[in-house]
Design a protein around this ligand. Structure first.
Ligand code: PLP
Ligand code: 3DJ
Length: 422
């Protein structure tokens, strides 16, 4: 392992994505390793917001049909711009809602308990919002929350494929799992899980919040029934940006569980009939008027991903996280850290997850020294070196800063307690 700074500089020089850093606003004197929670603003996203504002200024109501990006078709257009990121056909993806409201929509649409098949299978490590949504959907269908089965983790950080498969019993109607776990960054084997679910007649969907824009997916090829994700993490769509969903085309033509006039076939929508004619694509899972101003940044940011290509993004991301783990092992052994993310490339998402008993205050010390990580309760530090705007030099500097914090016990100045927002 070469721990020299010159080696980091050499890796940056070899980086064929290095020009993309200039596309972003990097906060001054900051190493931003939190792009897995909120990605940075790009100049293209800023321009695309301006262009939507200008179309409002210029066309007023006619902005729905006029201008470079008629608003009426924008959600579908952004869906088609995202389809390569998830390995889907253009009409299988639409930009709409929020992660959590999309999950509500998809469960309302795909959870059809019948006979013995009444249960929903999830896991005990998923982000809480998903679990809250699943429990409330069960209640809406008249079931108590014992109908939610949560696969257990053996080590508190990862899930075992065989344990998930073993939980696919014949009383399960629907499975909802994350693609990448938000704490440990483990990638679940979506292909195998989909195959095994379908063998048992179970519908399966994935939450792609932590994988979208970070790893490639092949949702159509794997036959995944549905997926949903936010666009504000690796895709840099901005705080509260509109989310996305994917529905496999074999399900087209069905009525959405939660309908609204934007679920309609576009040609029929303004007929104002009280009987819905659902769109024959993923657009059917929209509900009301799209949030144009919070969709707008995606026009710019998805263009950047089309230029970079998800394959190159993933290759660099793996090199960055691998370099980070190697430096941590070389420089920080004996300081109480555990690398708690999977180490092999096939199972590691876009961030490194360190556990330490002083994690909350180590994060505060890192922030004071210009490195932005995030803390995940009770003892986790997430570090996400992002392929489009972070460098190998920043990885090297971060480990150096972290070592100083540990050697000088700088974290002692802080309380080992999370802030209101972590
Ligand atoms: C895995 C996962 N699911 C769901 C959410 C909630 O998404 P939203 O607040 O966009 O509905 C998040 C993050 O906030 C997440 O990381
Ligand atoms: N959605 C967030 C928010 O509104 C405020 C602060 C953070 C978030 C996040 O996205 C957290 C993120 N889902 C996580 O993986 O922890």
């Amino acid at each position: 392992m070469n721990t020299e700074k010159t080696y980091a500089a050499y890796l940056d020089q070899q980086d064929d994505l290095k020009s993309f850093r200039d596309e972003f606003y990097i906060p001054n004197n900051t190493i931003y390793f939190d792009g897995n929670s909120l990605g940075l603003l790009s100049k293209r996203a800023e321009q695309s917001v301006e262009s939507i504002l200008n179309s409002w200024k210029r066309y007023a109501i006619d902005g729905w049909s006029e201008g470079a990006q008629p608003w009426y078709y924008l959600s579908e257009k952004l869906g088609s711009m995202s389809c390569e990121l998830v390995g889907a056909e253009p009409e299988e993806v639409v930009v709409t809602g929020s992660t959590t409201t999309n999950l509500h929509q998809l469960v309302a649409s795909f959870y059809n308990p019948e006979g013995r098949k009444t249960k929903i299978l999830a896991d005990e490590l998923n982000f809480p919002s998903d679990i809250y949504a699943l429990k409330s959907q069960l209640k809406l269908k008249g079931y108590d929350t014992s109908h939610l089965i949560q696969v257990k983790s053996q080590d508190g950080n990862t899930l075992n494929t065989q344990s998930i498969i073993a939980a696919m019993t014949d009383d399960v109607a629907l499975i909802v799992l994350p693609s990448v776990l938000y704490r440990s960054g483990q990638i679940l084997d979506m292909k195998t899980l989909t195959y095994e679910a379908h063998k048992r007649g179970i519908i399966i969907g994935f939450d792609l919040c932590h994988s979208i824009g970070s790893i490639p997916h092949h949702l159509s090829e794997w036959g995944v029934d549905f997926a949903f994700w936010c666009n504000y993490k690796h895709l840099n769509g901005g705080p509260g940006s509109v989310a996305s969903l994917y529905v496999n085309k074999k399900h087209f033509g069905n009525e959405p569980g939660l309908a609204g006039w934007f679920s309609s076939d576009k040609e029929k929508q303004f007929d104002m009939e009280h009987t819905l004619t659902p769109a024959q694509n993923a657009g059917a899972y929209q509900i009301g008027t799209p949030h144009l101003l919070s969709s707008a940044p995606l026009l710019g940011t998805l263009e950047l991903f089309q230029e970079a290509g998800i394959k190159r993004v993933r290759e660099k991301s793996l090199r960055l996280t691998n370099y980070l783990m190697e430096l941590i092992e070389a420089e920080l052994s004996g300081y109480g850290f555990t690398i708690a993310n999977p180490k092999d490339d096939a199972a590691r998402g876009g961030h490194v997850f360190l556990e330490h008993k002083e994690a909350a205050r180590i994060c505060k010390a890192l922030k004071t020294d210009g490195v932005i990580p995030d803390f995940r309760t009770p003892n986790g530090i997430r570090l996400a070196p992002v392929a489009l705007y972070n460098t190998f030099r920043e990885v090297w500097q971060t480990v150096k800063i972290l070592k100083t914090i540990m050697v000088e016990e700088r974290y002692n100045k802080f309380e080992n307690k999370r802030g209101v927002i972590a």
